[in-house]
Design a protein around this ligand. Structure first.
Ligand code: FAD
Length: 380
């Protein structure tokens, strides 16, 4: 049999595309034994499905291409779509929408909507060729289709199916690939910042300055370095240079210190005491009453507002929530997601060189790119 459409990847983008193409014969091929495994693992099991505030500014990639896609399926439209299936959501800090119950509820929507598809689960795609149709080879079979949608994601979390097949297929049809790298990932620190490792488990809100961007959210210290939402989003933009933390965003530190308070610095500052003690130790200032601080000590404490350092690296693909880089959007038609180099070949979701910050932006991208593709295909 020759399918109308074959989709590689039963993840967020592949399932959304399949759910919309009801009048076609569709084959979905995935190396996992179950669909939507990454959705199940997302948002701590509650799937942060989208965000109240989504613009191309929240993404790395071609801004025009991204905005056009986001405009054709907005976060409001995604919320309407899932609430028509009675999905219960709650909005949390920073406009993030999470499932009230479980990420399983999102997967079960797609289970209902993809009943018309033929699933080939547990079938890892090894190779794709094209003559008159696409021939998709797995270990056990060759699946043929007139159109091929590559929705195979990036390299992060190989434990739940990630592979480089999307990039290999793209390259075999002449596409260029922006080097894939881990993103939404913790950062390791150099010797000078090893004091941070003693703070494992401590978390509080900071502002992070990275590559001309300022992000505000929670920082988490870990035994490996720094993590938490603000660092994960920052890792998207970080390019080996220096970053800077403002550990006291929205607070006038000098005013606070000059109040001539008799309190110890660690009690006066609205920060976890353990953090202040380690920080003071690292800059060689004694934890003394604020009214006894000397000028040069106040100067050193100002580093709390702009603590600059160069991270050593990141925690790698096994811990990274997404992959930045991927198939260049220059060679993809932004109205249909069809390859400009090979007719009937499409790329959607994370396999493309578009990556969002932490906060529901990556699912929004995966779903919006899938919807844009299906709008183009419906007239076919
Ligand atoms: C732990 C974790 C938590 C996350 N939490 C969030 C969150 O809360 N909110 C958010 O917006 N984003 C989150 N993300 C990111 C988000 O999950 C992805 O950006 C999104 O799933 C990408 O969708 P996709 O369809 O492009 O790829 P995926 O969802 O990764 O799907 C790709 C599919 O292709 C299959 N595949 C790959 N190679 C092959 C092959 N050779 N043969 C057959 N099948 C193959 C894989 O098994 C997989 O099922 C999280 C990611 C992780 C890892």
């Amino acid at each position: 049999m020759i399918y109308d459409i074959a989709i590689i990847g039963a993840g967020a983008s592949g399932l959304m595309a399949a759910s919309q193409l009801t009048n076609r014969s569709i084959a979905i091929i995935d190396s996992n034994s179950k669909i939507g495994l990454k959705i199940l693992a997302s948002g701590g099991g509650k799937c942060n499905i989208t965000n109240k505030y989504v613009t191309s500014d929240n993404y790395l990639g071609d801004k025009k291409f991204i905005q056009k896609t986001l405009d054709s399926f907005t976060s409001e439209e995604l919320l309407d779509f899932v609430s028509s299936f009675d999905l219960k959501l709650e909005v949390r800090k920073y406009g993030q929408y999470f499932c009230k119950n479980s990420a399983k509820d999102v997967v079960s929507i797609f289970q209902k909507l993809t009943k018309h598809c033929h699933f080939f689960m547990g079938e890892k795609v090894l190779h794709v060729e094209h003559s008159r149709d696409f021939c998709i080879e797995t270990k056990n079979r060759v699946i043929k289709a007139k159109k091929l949608v590559v929705a195979s994601g990036g390299l992060s979390y190989a434990s739940i199916g990630a592979s480089s097949i999307g990039y290999e297929i793209a390259k075999s049809f002449g596409h260029s690939i922006k080097t894939p790298a881990p993103a939404l990932v913790g950062l390791t620190v150099q010797k000078e910042q090893f004091w941070m490792k003693n703070l494992s488990g401590i978390s509080f809100e900071v502002a992070l300055h990275v590559e001309g961007k300022t992000l505000k959210s929670d920082l988490l210290f870990t035994h490996k370095g720094v993590s938490g939402p603000v660092v994960l989003s920052g890792s998207l933009y970080w390019q080996k240079g220096k970053i800077a933390f403002d550990f006291l965003p929205d607070i006038d530190l000098i005013k606070l210190l000059k109040q001539k308070s008799k309190k110890l610095i660690s009690s006066q500052l609205p920060l976890p005491k353990r953090f202040v003690v380690e920080f003071l130790n690292s800059i060689g200032v004694e934890d003394k009453p604020c009214n006894r601080l000397k000028k040069d000590e106040i100067k050193k404490l100002e580093m709390l507002k702009n603590y600059e350092f160069a991270p050593a690296g990141n925690f790698g693909f096994t811990k990274a929530e997404v992959t930045k880089g991927g198939v260049s959007t220059d060679e993809i038609d932004s109205s249909t997601f069809e390859s400009k180099l090979q007719k009937n070949l499409y790329f959607i979701g994370e396999v493309l060189d578009v990556t969002g910050e932490l906060g529901g932006y990556n699912f929004q991208w995966a779903f919006a790119s899938a919807i844009r593709l299906t709008k183009g295909m419906k007239s076919w």
